[in-house]
Design a protein around this ligand. Structure first.
Ligand code: ADP
Ligand code: MG
Length: 720
């Protein structure tokens, strides 16, 4: 009997262990209607038609869409789905969904069916008139359509609402204007594909049928304890702390960066990976980041469109899983003053469908003429449209990071590294690039370590747009922002430079000579955009000004770059944004800015009036009582008196600042929406917010901790 029990016990232990072993291959893409699943479930002809549309574009017949919809629905229902949704990305920067169940009206017997038609798959009309449209859609004529993007696979989302089939869609107005972030991105991908194809054809690559923009985005985030998070109204409403004295320790010891991952955070990361792998997101890298409580996750790069969708899923999953672990995930660009904020490095490259990465320099870039042409075009694009690139990475939170000595400067420049810079200099100065620097061996001085070769170029961590081997890393993007707009802009500006190059070279009598001259011309004219030094240094600001590079300091100042003649020309030429779409986006950005700062101001007013000022006031009473009783006991109460005086003075300063903020907020909110209002929020309300924060943060350092109504920076950052 005993042996039997022991046997059962051991067996169960083994089984438990087995169930603990994670079979990543088995779960990867489990919740995605992948090409593989389509191949299995669709008749061959239908499958071919779908693949054709996915790869080459064009219209899918309704009968084919019907078959796809049924297969998709059957698969989803087998996995427990009850609803479907057109999943889209309005101009709020996050995703939106409206669920519909698959059920049909019951028949006369009371029996209903689970159905999903091709029509429902292809097009939806979610109304959704409350999303920002910047005037493109008046609510009284509010038709808005969601349109299936078959290039991004449908997937299942499981949460408390059950299992929902999510169909990635574009979101457009009745007149076909884009109301979302996906549509322009898709348009820009077509533009760069067409123009890059012209370039590769010139170099004899006639097999390529498209060029794909690929993106890998590195997502930074903070994790804090959920119970403490819930005691911070600023984190709840604004996503960042609006008050808070610094903790005694920050990030000065560099002991968090790449440090051992704490158990609680590790369990969270494990769960995130599982959730993401099921969704077909190839979560690859995880580590602790520079600031305490800050971390990073990077997936393997994917087609820009899918990368943008996946980044949305990453952000959403991070938040969802955090709750499950009693944590809160902060995606804001600057949740805490005084320590590093979070960004989202956007790694970008372009590859032909027959596998040639146009940004691969090879071993001898000086001899790789196609690469040099591409590089020279990118230099030109970034120089001419530095303003647009800067704009594409601006959001409200990112204003706290950019130019603040912890993130790229607000000035756009390109880092090329030693090797490429040397090639560019040779071309510019001597008309010919005869040599190129080699990487060589890494000398560690330790005989037991293996010999390793090193890259020809070191990295630069301060550049906003850095060449990193076979891709550019756009390091400006904010952690909470969608990566759709930055990539739309990169694709557009590079497409334009390619187009201009191809226009010239296609007509050239002597191609070799013409291409040489063009590379030299581009590199010479746009060399000013290259900066290989420390972009955090103050000297760079002066130098950049001397070079005539734009230095756009804030999001609101960047908005008008969208509607310049240059921008309208560029985006119009490639049909990425119409003029009215650009104007509408500018309007939405001004509104978003004012609304966001308005929420922050109201949150500060709320916390200061209802929580902090009353708490300090109570503390002054405690001090006053103490002074009286100490004096009454005949002892020296001078310290208590001094504390009381100091506290009262700061309290007065806080109350005055609060009054100023209350008035400014009332003035701001009464203004007409638009540019002037946005600037008022930046120049007046933000200043008033800082003036209120200052005395309150000083008070936090004086008032009895037991009486301070919110967890401190130390509690939030070091006690996860
Ligand atoms: P690091 O932090 O050192 O810059 P990471 O490994 O954290 O690097 O992230 C690099 C990102 O760049 C990953 O998402 C990776 O998949 C992506 N990446 C790598 N090669 C390319 C490429 N050719 N095109 C676009 N993205 C790429
Ligand atoms: Mg990284």
């Amino acid at each position: 009997m005993f042996i039997c029990i022991m046997y059962e016990y051991e067996k169960r232990k083994d089984e438990d262990k087995m169930s603990e072993v994670l079979n990543v291959q088995a779960i990867f893409g489990e919740d995605v209607f992948t090409v593989g699943k389509m191949r299995e479930r669709l008749p061959k002809k239908v499958f071919q038609e779908v693949m054709n549309v996915m790869e080459k574009g064009g219209v899918m017949s309704l009968s084919t869409a019907d078959v796809v919809a049924k297969a998709m629905k059957d698969w989803a229902v087998e996995k427990g789905a009850t609803h479907y949704t057109h999943w889209f990305q309005p101009l709020t920067g996050i995703t939106a969904e409206k669920h519909d169940s698959f059920i049909t009206n019951p028949d006369s017997e009371g029996k209903m069916l689970m159905e999903f038609s091709g029509k429902e798959l292809i097009k939806g009309e979610p109304d959704a008139s409350s999303f920002p449209s910047g005037g493109l859609r008046a609510t009284f004529e509010a038709r808005g359509y969601t349109v299936w993007d078959c290039t991004s696979p449908a997937f299942l989302k499981s949460d408390a609402t059950g299992v929902v089939l999510c169909i990635p869609t574009a979101f457009c107005s009745y007149t076909g204007e884009a109301l979302d972030k996906k549509t322009p991105l898709l348009r820009s991908m077509e533009a760069i594909s067409q123009q890059a194809l012209r370039i590769v054809k010139l170099f004899g690559n006639t097999e390529a049928t498209k060029v794909i923009a690929s993106v890998g985005s590195e997502q930074e985030y903070f994790l804090v304890d959920r119970k403490k998070y819930l005691q911070r109204k600023d984190l709840i409403y604004a996503g960042r702390t609006l008050f808070g004295a610094p903790a005694p320790k920050g990030q000065e010891m560099d002991d968090h960066y790449f440090g051992t991952i704490r158990e609680r955070v590790g369990a969270y990361m494990k769960d995130i990976n599982i959730e993401l792998w099921k969704l077909g997101v190839s979560a690859k890298t995880q580590h602790n980041e520079v600031a305490p409580a800050q971390h990073e996750l990077a997936p393997i790069y994917a087609t820009a469109n899918i990368a943008a969708d996946h980044n949305q899923l990453i952000m959403e999953t991070m938040k969802k899983v955090a709750t499950r672990h009693g944590l809160a995930c902060l995606l804001h660009e600057k949740p805490f003053a005084g320590i590093s904020g979070s960004g989202k490095h956007d790694n970008w490259s372009i590859t032909t469908d027959n596998g040639v990465n146009l940004l691969e320099p090879g071993k001898t870039p000086n001899e790789n003429i196609q690469f040099l042409l591409v590089l020279s075009c990118i230099m030109k694009a970034v120089d001419i449209h530095a303003d647009l690139l800067r704009q594409s990475a601006s959001d409200v939170g990112n204003d706290h990071r950019l130019g603040a000595h912890e993130a790229p400067s607000t000035i756009i420049s390109i880092f090329l590294g030693e090797q490429l810079n040397d090639v560019v200099m040779q071309l510019v100065e001597t008309n010919e690039a005869k040599t190129c620097l080699k990487g060589g061996k890494l000398m560690t001085g330790v005989s037991t370590l293996p010999d390793v070769t090193k890259d020809a170029t070191d990295r630069n961590r301060t550049s906003p747009f850095a060449f990193t081997g076979n891709k550019f890393e756009f390091r400006m993007v904010g952690s909470a922002d969608s990566i759709a707009s930055p990539n739309t802009t990169i694709n557009a500006i590079v497409a334009e430079a390619f187009c201009e190059a191809a226009d010239l070279l296609e007509k050239a009598d002597d191609f070799d000579m013409a291409v040489h001259d063009l590379i030299k011309k581009n590199m010479t004219e746009h060399q000013r955009i290259v900066f290989n030094g420390n972009a955090y240094a103050d000297e760079w600001v002066v130098e950049a000004q001397r070079r005539g590079l734009p230095n756009i300091k804030s999001m609101v100042e960047a908005v008008e770059t969208l509607t310049t003649e240059k921008s309208i020309q560029l985006f119009g030429k490639f049909k990425i944004y119409t003029e009215s779409e650009l104007h509408s986006r500018a309007e939405v950005l001004y509104e978003t800015y004012a609304k966001t700062i308005n929420i922050e101001a109201l949150t500060m007013i709320d916390i200061a009036s209802k929580s902090l000022i009353p708490a300090v006031s109570k503390y002054t009473k405690v001090l006053a009582d103490t002074v009286i009783s100490v004096k009454g006991a005949g002892a020296d109460a001078s310290v208590q008196s001094e504390m009381l005086a100091e506290t009262s003075a700061l309290l007065k300063e806080a109350k005055e600042a609060l009054k100023v903020l209350v008035k400014a907020q009332a003035d701001g909110v009464a203004m007409e929406e638009g540019k002037a209002q946005a600037f008022f929020y930046k120049d007046t309300i933000k200043v008033a917010m800082d003036a209120l924060r200052d005395p309150i943060d000083k008070l936090e350092m004086i008032v009895d901790k037991d009486m301070w109504p919110m967890p401190s920076y130390g509690d939030l950052l070091f006690e996860v």
